[in-house]
Structures are given as structure tokens and as C-alpha cells.
Write a protein that binds this ligand. Sequence first.
Ligand SMILES: NC(=O)c1ccc[n+]([C@@H]2O[C@H](COP(=O)([O-])OP(=O)(O)OC[C@H]3O[C@@H](n4cnc5c(N)ncnc54)[C@H](OP(=O)(O)O)[C@@H]3O)[C@@H](O)[C@H]2O)c1
Length: 307
Amino acid sequence: MSQVYVFTQFGGPETENLIDRPVPQPGPGELAVEVRAAGVTPADWKTRSGRYGTDQPLPLPMGHELSGVITAIGADADGFAVGDEILGLAAPGHGAFAEHTIVLAVDAVAKPEEISFTDAATIPVTAAAAYDATHQVELEPGQTLLILGAGGGVGLMAAQIGRVHEFTVIGIASESKRAVVESAGATFIPAGGDVAARVRREAPAGVDLIVDLVGGDALHEVADLVTDPTRIISAADPATAIELGGAGLRRTPEAMAKITSVIEYGLVDPHVSALYALERAGEAIAAVENGHVTGKVVLQMLHTAAS
Ligand SMILES: NC(=O)c1ccc[n+]([C@@H]2O[C@H](COP(=O)([O-])OP(=O)(O)OC[C@H]3O[C@@H](n4cnc5c(N)ncnc54)[C@H](OP(=O)(O)O)[C@@H]3O)[C@@H](O)[C@H]2O)c1
């Protein structure tokens, strides 16, 4: 048997639970993976809340992004071998917050030796989303990227990618995140109050792209700063971005491999700020659901043979 963290009712965290299940076996196109680490994302609690629908069978395993070691390979899962270290997305219904899970071969990338399992687990959802958010609209070096929610997992990665491309990066976050946002190469602007006026003082001609990781009123407050409203890209609140003339984040299949290379070469860092054991998954999810984490929260699975 193998442990997996699930919820048994859509809604609040009360029905989250660590349960045993048989070690999952791979079907066609699938990889069986011994999970070493899993990134905690807002999508975990949003899925549990029912925001993405309530038609999946319960109990539903939690977690989306992970790293681990392949233990078995299904038919037609080309390009991988047993023992390979990978990062990838948990296959639907299998969960990343688990000792063992299933990953579709098309949703997996070889983990470079240079990247730890912990950092690799932040790539499939979070770093890949930051890559897409900073490439959906192409900017030129020297143009200005404004990141709303710059201190979280996607925001810190997006800021660093922006600096790799030599954009001028302005990051809005709470005061407690000033140092980490500045360490990512961004000019820090504290959230709240007259935030738009503070950004305007930094960028009198406006900004060339807004990457939004917060949405709602906070996005409304800064939207006028962008020179062209089609250059508002929101990962957090596509409806508000569209209302303002922008767009929701479009995910691409290439992003996972591309940002893996950027991390491998040490150009950016996933900023893992907190590690939890699988037994404490509930606390880790609650920390992210609280909405004010710095960087990434990651679960580490302790296997007897783990390196
Ligand atoms: N579509 C996709 O594929 C995709 C993929 C990844 C993420 N997302 C979405 O993108 C959003 C961000 O994800 P994430 O992983 O970066 O979340 P996260 O790690 O929880 O970070 C969110 C950040 O926003 C900050 N924040 C909250 N209110 C703010 C405000 N008014 N002004 C400035 N900052 C504020 C929070 O901290 P402080 O308030 O303390 O500054 C926190 O650091 C989520 O909605 C997530 O669901 C979508």
C-alpha cells in the first residue's frame, strides 16, 4: 500500500485526509512514479473548493506538480526508462501529494541533475505558468513588466524571467516581501493604498505588460497603468482581465521543458520557502490557501531509499 492525501467532499479543508491505496500501476502512455517532492499551488485548494467543477469521483487525490523517480512504464510511454528522474504533472485523479502516483509521459520532463527534487517539484505548474505569463506577449529588452503579486510562487519566478530578458521589472507585493522581491531583480512597490500612483512615479510613461497574480479590485487599481490593455495577462482572474481588455493566461506544452533549462543553468531560482512532510500536507495547503505565502511551499516524501 501507499499513502495519498485526498479530500472526500468538495468544500472546505475538513474532509482532507491521508489514506492508503494500492501502488498505482501505469496504463498506456503512463509512467508510475515514486514521488520525491510536490509543489503546493492555489489550484489544490481551488479544486477542493469545487471551483473547477464537482463531477470528479471522490475521494479525490490532491496535488498537481511533482518530481520523482520512474518505477514502471506503460505501453507507448516512449522516451523514458525505469529509474529516470522526472518532473511532471500528476495524471488526472492520481494526485501529487502521494508516495506513488501516475504521470502521463507527455506531461513529464527529465529532471536535470543540477536541479534538486525539491526545486523540480515547483516547475510543472508554477514555474511553467511564470514562463507562459512572461512570453504570451513578447516584450523587448528595456520595456517595463509590472507583476501584481510578485512575492508568490509564480510572481518571483516571473520577475526573474523578466530580468533574464532584460526587462525593467516592477513588483507589487506586501511590505514583508520587499527583500525577496528586490532579490529577484524587481523594483519593489508595496501593495495597498495608492499603489497605482507609486508605480506611476517609477514608470511615468506607464508599463508595457501587466502580469496579474491577484485579480479583482487589486487588478482594477493598476489596470490604467498599461499602455495597451491587451497587454494585461491574468493567471488569477481571467474574467477581470478580459473585462479590462486583456486576456487570461494561456498555458503552452513547451513551457515546462523551457523553464527547466533556464533553472538548470542557474539563471533563476524557484524560491522554496517552506518544506513539509506528506503527513503535514493539510498545514501546507492551508498556508497557500491563506494567500500570503512567499515563494513556494513544497511537500517532501521520505522514502527509505530516497536520496
Ligand atoms: N492558469 C494557470 O495555469 C495558473 C498556474 C499557476 C497559478 N495560477 C494562479 O495564479 C495566481 C498566483 O499563483 P501563485 O502560485 O503565485 O500563488 P501564491 O504563491 O499563493 O502567491 C500569491 C501572492 O499574491 C500576493 N498578494 C495577495 N494579494 C495581493 C495584493 N493585493 N497585491 C499584491 N500581492 C498580493 C500574496 O502575498 P502578499 O499579499 O503577502 O503579498 C502572495 O505572495 C493564483 O490565482 C493561481 O491560481 C494559474
